[in-house]
Design a protein around this ligand. Sequence first.
Ligand code: PRP
Ligand code: URA
Length: 208
Amino acid sequence: MKPFIMEHPLIQHKLTILRDKNTGSRDFRALTSEIATLMCYEATRDLPLVDKEIETPMCKAVGKELSGRKLAFVPILRAGMGMLEGVLTLVPAAKVGHIGLYRDHETAQPIEYYCKLPSDIAQREVIVLDPMLATGGSAIDAITQIKERGVKNIKFMCIIAAPEGMKALEEAHPDVQVYCGALDEKLNEDKYIIPGLGDAGDRIFGTK
Ligand code: PRP
Ligand code: URA
């Protein structure tokens, strides 16, 4: 499925500040959350609606409300947590699952360490959150775990992607729609995105 690259000027402006190495953790966290809110607006554009009869102070009227299909957000720990508050701002009733993965420093392969998903996740549309799609290993692994629970409708939201990760994710999960703030140039020899923004988890949580 063709990725959706977000070209909205507000996202591009905030992304430039996010990339800047002089942006500290406080601003980095706020911007990550704001970008996630803007991306969520686009990623929820196709949610189905049904008619709803109401009465305004003036007369009876028919409005729209979201139909039965419910959402769950699944941030990939740690850095995906930086996007969670931003998306919950728009969909506060969504359930939240967590998948813990980190990249092995030598191999860049994802190591699983946690998975807790809503018990009714198979009945939900799931949006997976992670600011960085580098080799694609973490996103592919997380989405595989979610599919194993019977989920049919999955989207993946990242702030920056490398072409290598985008290709790998498309090949592994062609049914997953990807929303991305920017498609960068390449990975370096340590599998970091160039130009990227460095280590997203460390910058969000101030651990470096
Ligand atoms: C980062 C990022 C992704 C992963 C992307 O997490 O948040 O989960 O790397 O790389 P990949 O596409 O090559 O798998 P990291 O492993 O640094 O863990 P952290 O979020 O706990 O810092
Ligand atoms: N994870 C990050 O946080 N940044 C990268 O550039 C690659 C993986």
